[in-house]
Design a protein around this ligand. Sequence first.
Ligand code: SF4
Ligand code: SF4
Length: 250
Amino acid sequence: MRLVRLMCSGRVDLAHILRAFANGADGVFIGGCRLGECNYITHGNYHALNLTLLGKKIFEHIGFHPRRLQIAFMSGGEGNLFAAAVDDFCKTVKELGPIGQAGEIAPEQLGEALAEITRLVPYIKIEKHAKLTTRLQDTADYETHFSLEEIQRLFGEVASYCIDPAKCQACMICAKSCPAEAIAGGKNLIHVIDQDKCIKCGACLNACPSRFGAVTRIAGGPVPPPLPMEDRAISRTGNKNTSTERGMTA
Ligand code: SF4
Ligand code: SF4
């Protein structure tokens, strides 16, 4: 068992949980302060609860046992509760056995699934922001806070972003705002998004000046192939990209 101490359970990120499983953990247990008894004003334990509920549904969606992820709340003076909760969790994990048993996804496929979900964590957090910041009061709502259908929709409708070569003015603003360094470009070069690196955060859509409007969000459809390197130089008349013949093709 490995203990990771954080100042607040609200600091636990979905990416941390995924990384633990990707690194071979058979279970992840999150211990947080009692709900409604936050020492600060952040109430991060509600966020940890929502994140755990979301993680469980995602695991159910990919065929990974949701009981491998657990959260419990106790105060700093309730070491006995902490010990009992961890003990219970260890028993659960032992019952489930190593990953791949209990009718689960095979370990080799799990690695791929976890890598894909990890790549989409920023997208997931943006899409589910409202529910992740809810303060659930009733334990009866835990199971229904996220539904399986909702998670299927979440992954079925992952949006992609691409740049219209005819509109791009090579201003480089989008590349500077991309947290994943997924946008290739440069001075007088039409910018192109590397779909393999893109984490679907949508920052480029917001960053591209509205007078250019070169970034497009595509939901549920194919993304046009990237513009070949040799066609990326911008031909201008004054300050205009006149390469309108390079319109996007699906
Ligand atoms: S959506 Fe845009 S800004 Fe976000 S990672 Fe993809 S290319 Fe970068
Ligand atoms: S911000 Fe818009 S116009 Fe500027 S480089 Fe990016 S896509 Fe092109």
